[in-house]
Design a binder for this molecule. Structure first.
Ligand SMILES: C[S@@+](CC[C@H](N)C(=O)[O-])C[C@H]1O[C@@H](n2cnc3c(N)ncnc32)[C@H](O)[C@@H]1O
Length: 223
């Protein structure tokens, strides 16, 4: 599943993951990262999430990464922001707007300096976008490039589908179980589940795909 798959999803408006408002678990648990004003938060696979603006409102600097040019352009246009854009040596197009930078391009080829400069990571719904065989490489990049002790607030989805009701559809989204999180981050210094909420009732599109349970789970992980 390469970036072309997602670029097409955006073109086809298949963006049911976009919440259109700041995520409730981010607002509840942001404080757990214990960041200071002016600290730098990295947001992988950020889409055009309102979480970027909510984070800026907490007084931190924010860097996001998103492969879809459409998502990035919509983010700036819908929020009436006018960034300065440049091309980085890595080939990413970097859009700078005050304390926010969006790197448009592939997360996997992002220069190591970007993660190395982060004081915290806010990750919502990135791992559910990646099939299980890509997840280890994703987590490995954080393990190699984040500074020891850097906190990650991971907001992810764990769900079950009735195979008969979804014609054996595998995803995306792909479920992210507790055991998967524990295994993927086992080389990090700490992993703690902060909470979970049952969101099945609020997720008609998941129910339409045969989901019988949907939990949004929040984890605090230190590199
Ligand atoms: C499930 S969505 C989550 C978006 C966002 N975090 C949110 O909460 O709305 C996953 C996003 O990752 C982007 N994406 C997928 N693979 C990527 C990659 N390798 N590099 C950068 N962005 C990627 C997709 O275009 C999509 O916008």
């Amino acid at each position: 599943m390469d970036t072309g798959f997602w670029i097409e999803k955006w073109q086809q408006r298949q963006i049911g993951f976009h919440e259109g408002r700041p995520n409730a678990s981010l607002q509840q648990w942001f404080h757990a990262m214990r960041l200071a004003p002016g600290d730098h938060v990295f947001v992988p696979l950020c889409g055009k999430s309102q979480d970027l603006l909510w984070l800026l409102g907490q007084g931190v600097r924010v860097t996001g990464c998103e492969c879809s040019p459409l998502a990035v352009n919509e983010f700036f246009a819908e929020n009436d922001l006018r960034p300065q854009s440049r091309e980085a040596a890595s080939g990413h197009v970097v859009h700078d707007c005050g304390e926010l930078s969006l790197w448009q391009g592939d997360f996997f080829s992002l220069p190591a300096a970007v993660l190395n400069d982060a004081d915290g990571v806010y990750d919502r719904a990135a791992l559910i976008a990646l099939p299980p065989d890509m997840r280890q490489g994703y987590v490995q990049k954080f393990r190699q490039e984040l500074r020891p002790g850097t906190p990650t607030l991971l907001v992810t989805l764990d769900f079950q589908r009735d195979p008969a009701a979804c014609n054996n559809y595998q995803g995306p989204p792909f479920p992210h179980t507790d055991a998967m999180v524990q295994a993927q981050y086992r080389d990090f210094s700490s992993i703690r589940k902060l909470g979970q909420r049952d969101i099945l009732a609020n997720e008609p599109k998941f129910r339409a795909q045969g989901a019988t349970s949907v939990y949004e789970k929040t984890w605090l992980i230190h590199r």
